[in-house]
Design a protein around this ligand. Structure first.
Ligand code: BES
Ligand code: MN
Ligand code: ZN
Length: 465
């Protein structure tokens, strides 16, 4: 799909001309007013559409009236959703050329328009013999520079979604490392022996039950005199079987998605050079599988993380926090100002917040607030969960510094305080995207599957420094 900025969308030869309609207002299109509004009483409730043919009387073959709901309730996030609705309708109609004539919208919709169009046009059909036809050209009156910027962010999202949708048989730790190396950044891949020498006993333990080699990935985006140094860490479990504490089939079914956060970090890193922000960004992924092979780590084992802390394995299915423990230790040694980790970490977070919001925790109020606000402005939702010290009570171990799991209740916060034990002298935020990264049914502008969670927020956060 290509978005073309034009002066007058309704003068373009197209399969469909999309015109917007607010409730209790007319459109700027005569046909739409006459047939949809007057004759058929089309209200224009948010997300409603009405299609009418033009029988060769116009340069556009059909008009799609797009309901935007009440004007005073309309906002950029709704804009994105509405555009996505229209694009999906156009795909259904097998339209190739679509023009948008959007009038009377009181804010610059260029960015959310672009995001909505690209998110909705996404399919994952590389393994289908028959591919669905998509919209090829979209014409719109918008700000060309903002459209260009949003196209890049959308491309990073698509990159992340493709990677997270990829089956675990292909998206292996080695494959993630290869992809990282191909991004044209200064990238170092640590193999198993090197990780061992660095003392990453928690990460390596998780990897032991798998035939796939673990890879610790460190990508660097560097500039002269950076305003700030940020590390972003993505959980990179390329498949989570649960390990010896094996998951039931229904829970394992989508566990190729347990590297969605790694896909997000790769997506963000993939596009940074095109934006050349004046911040140093480190992308870090401890990539491995969690499998119950004959060398697998076992409940009761004691692991030593990179910072020397010892962990008693209480449950091998709480593997993400173990890999992140070493990744956090590593990141904290880079001399960065801020560390953000993202992870499909706990079912508990999904239970608490559902699939529309990610949980966020951190050690600096303003930092967390800024991230929540950045998410909100860019179509994601983050909700803060507490890191009270009481959450550590159930992680106390009789024989080690801590256990990797504790009480069932408050599981997202318990995981958060576990991670905090591996954070030293930096501003840190942890974002649990277990609920938002991968959908089992369509939601808003997204189809089933990977959503590219985190990409928009992290990119905007970096670009706004
Ligand atoms: N990858 C899972 C968390 C998850 C669950 C992500 C559902 C997406 C959807 C994680 O490794 C896990 O297994 N967590 C356990 C932790 C438990 C053993 C304390 C969980 O949430 O059940
Ligand atoms: Mn697990
Ligand atoms: Zn996991």
């Amino acid at each position: 799909m290509e978005i073309k900025v034009v002066q007058d969308a309704k003068s373009i030869e197209s399969d469909i001309l999309v015109v917007n309609k607010f409730e209790d207002e007319n459109t700027t299109n005569e046909l739409a007013n006459k047939y949809a509004v007057e004759q058929d009483n089309f209200k224009g409730k948010f997300g409603e559409t009405y299609l009418l043919p033009t029988y060769g009387q116009e340069v556009y073959r059909k008009v799609l009236v797009l309901g935007l709901g009440k004007r005073n309730e309309f906002n950029p996030n709704k804009m994105r959703e509405a555009v996505a609705k229209a694009i999906k309708k156009c795909v259904q109609m097998e339209a190739k050329k679509v023009a948008f004539s959007l009038d009377g919208i009181e804010f610059d919709y260029s960015e959310q328009f672009t995001m909505g169009a690209f998110i909705a046009d996404y399919t994952f059909d590389k393994y289908k013999s028959e591919k669905k036809e998509k919209v090829q050209e979209v014409y719109v009156q918008a700000n060309a520079d903002i459209v260009k910027k949003a196209e890049k962010i959308a491309a990073a999202m698509t990159f992340a979604r493709n990677l997270a949708n990829e089956p675990a048989q292909f998206a292996t730790p080695t494959e993630l490392a290869n992809i990282a190396c191909d991004l044209g950044l200064d990238t170092k891949i640590y193999n198993k022996d090197e990780c061992e020498r660095m003392g990453m006993g928690a990460f390596l333990a998780v990897s032991r039950g798998s035939a796939q080699e673990p890879k610790f990935i460190h990508m660097k985006y560097q500039v002269d005199n950076p305003k700030k140094k940020i590390a972003i860490i993505g959980k990179g479990i390329t498949f989570d079987s649960g390990g010896l504490d094996i998951k039931p089939p229904s829970s394992m079914l989508t566990m190729k998605d347990d590297m969605s956060a790694a896909a997000c970090v790769l997506g963000v890193m993939s596009i940074l050079r095109e934006f050349h922000p004046q911040v140093e960004v480190h992308g870090i992924i401890a990539a491995c599988e969690n499998m119950p092979g004959c060398s697998a780590y076992k409940p009761g084992d004691i692991l030593t993380a990179m910072n020397g802390k010892t962990i008693e394995v209480d449950n091998t299915d709480a593997e993400g926090r173990l890999t992140l423990a070493d990744a956090l230790c590593y990141a904290c040694e880079l001399g960065v100002d801020e560390v953000i980790d993202l992870a499909t970490l706990t079912g508990a977070c999904m239970v608490a917040l559902g699939t529309n919001a990610a949980g966020i925790m951190g050690n600096d109020e303003n930092f967390v607030k800024t991230l929540i606000d950045t998410a909100e402005r860019n179509g994601e939702r983050y909700w803060e969960l507490p890191l009270w010290e009481e959450y550590f009570d159930s992680l106390k171990s009789d024989i080690a510094d801590m256990k990797n799991t504790g009480a069932r209740w408050g599981g997202a916060s318990i995981a958060g305080v576990f991670l905090q034990k591996f954070v030293k002298d930096v501003k840190w935020a942890h974002i649990d995207i277990a609920g938002t990264a991968f959908l089992d049914k369509p939601q808003k502008e997204f189809i089933k599957g990977a959503t590219g969670a985190g990409v928009r927020t992290l990119l905007h956060y970096i670009l706004e420094q």
